[in-house]
Design a protein around this ligand. Structure first.
Ligand code: PMP
Length: 402
């Protein structure tokens, strides 16, 4: 029987044939076109929030629109993406296209496998050493922020950890230039972008051992020699889609070298054999990731993402450096182009600035709870115009309080 989608949706108000969600400043209206097709339209006249969230974070408008359409009627099947089986050819096509796009954007050959897994990057903190590091072996880890420290803690459960460098002495506000990596290390792990602290490796650490990287917060933001890495992981919820799935890219020759027995669900090899369909995958999150990857490709790929990244971060940091009311928190050489951390002169002013941001429709400007201060995240989908609005508000604040 053909499914007919009717227009009653929780959270939508009927206004003739159009429907508006209850979201303040919402820029959407959902129109009923025929029994099988809905379109979601974006009206520029309505203001949407300026979204500086650190993740889950801003997504491209058209990705949201396509995802919303697929929730109602996926590929004109008369079924929602939420209703299709994960072993149907429809979803297998989604999964295979998403994996192929990851490979294409990263320019990886067939010596690599791409997996869409669950459990977030946090699960990778333990899954990586469980699969790669034998109990009597040593892995080198860079200790450059809260996420890297967590990865170290988990790795110690499986083997020996050698801390190759640490920025703990200065609250992780810089990236060390000196590394000590024992030649017998099974791999060197580092976090390419420290989401919380606001630092980013602008170079690839020198090591004659396989590189493993947590790229959760800067994946696909720049042209990058991804082939220098033996394993890359990233939660999708920043530059690669919605929360609920984690991209893992593995060089196959890294696998099968440890002696321990690995539970199937945590064994990369079983996921590779099952083509990311060992169990029910997060279908919708993977679909949103596919839409996001298609968007990246269509917009011009990683070179274009890098141009926009530089443009956004350039605008923000030039403004920051020109204003007395604000101070950057990290070494200028190591500033993250994705997550900028900064402070005001005192906590009262910070509170005042956050209130002003809120009044101006900006979200996500507060720093991570562990470090305080202010932070703005400027991922791929953040329009330059949002950064411009923020900069204007900062300039205005500086005139009054600088
Ligand atoms: N690594 C980095 C660099 C992150 O930014 C985050 C989350 N923001 C994590 C790991 C943890 O990711 P998840 O919440 O997906 O487990």
């Amino acid at each position: 029987m053909k499914t007919t989608r009717q227009s009653s949706m929780t959270g939508l108000v009927e206004t003739g044939k159009a429907f508006s969600p209850f979201i303040p400043h919402s820029a959407y209206s959902l129109s009923y076109i025929s029994s099988k097709t809905f379109t979601l339209r974006h009206s520029q006249a309505d203001m949407k929030m300026y979204n500086f969230n650190s993740g889950p974070a801003v997504l491209p408008e058209e990705v949201l629109q396509q995802a919303a359409e697929a929730v109602i009627n996926f590929n004109n099947l008369g079924l929602s993406i939420l209703e299709i089986g994960h072993r149907t050819e429809w979803f297998i096509d989604v999964l295979e296209e998403a994996k192929a796009l990851v490979k294409e954007l990263m320019q990886l050959d067939d010596s690599y496998e791409v997996l869409y897994l669950q459990g977030g990057a946090t699960t990778q903190f333990m899954q990586v050493p469980m699969n790669l590091l034998d109990a009597n072996e040593t892995a080198a880890y860079c200790d450059n922020g809260i996420w890297g420290s967590k990865a170290i803690k988990e790795a110690k459960l499986f083997g020996n950890v050698h801390v190759a460098c640490s920025s703990k002495d200065q609250n992780h506000t810089y990236i060390p230039r000196e590394l000590s990596v024992p030649t017998h290390s099974t791999y060197l792990h580092y976090t390419t972008n420290n989401t919380v602290e606001g630092t980013q490796w602008q170079f690839i650490p020198e090591a004659n051992v396989p590189l493993v990287a947590d790229m959760s917060s800067d994946i696909f933001s720049r042209e990058f020699p991804y082939t220098r890495f033996s394993l890359i992981y990233a939660g999708a919820q920043k530059n690669a889609g919605a929360a609920g799935t984690t991209i893992v890219v593995i060089k196959k020759d890294m696998l099968g070298k440890v002696n321990r027995t690995i539970p199937s669900i945590l064994d990369y090899r079983t996921h590779i054999e099952a083509k990311s369909l060992l169990n029910t995958p997060p279908v919708f999150a993977i679909y949103v990731s596919l839409l996001t990857l298609r968007w990246i490709k269509k917009e011009g790929g990683l070179s274009e993402m890098e141009r926009r990244t530089q443009q956004r971060a350039g605008l923000f940091y030039n403004t920051l450096d020109s204003l007395d009311a604000f101070t950057g928190k990290v070494d200028t050489r190591d500033r993250s182009l994705m997550n900028a951390t900064f402070t005001t002169q005192d906590p009262e002013l910070e509170k005042m600035f956050l209130d002003i941001c809120k009044q101006n429709g900006m979200v996500g400007v507060k720093g991570h709870r562990s470090v305080g201060g202010l932070r703005v995240s400027m991922y791929n989908a953040l329009p330059l115009s949002s950064v411009q609005v923020l900069c204007d508000v900062m300039k205005d604040f500086n005139e009054k309080h600088g």
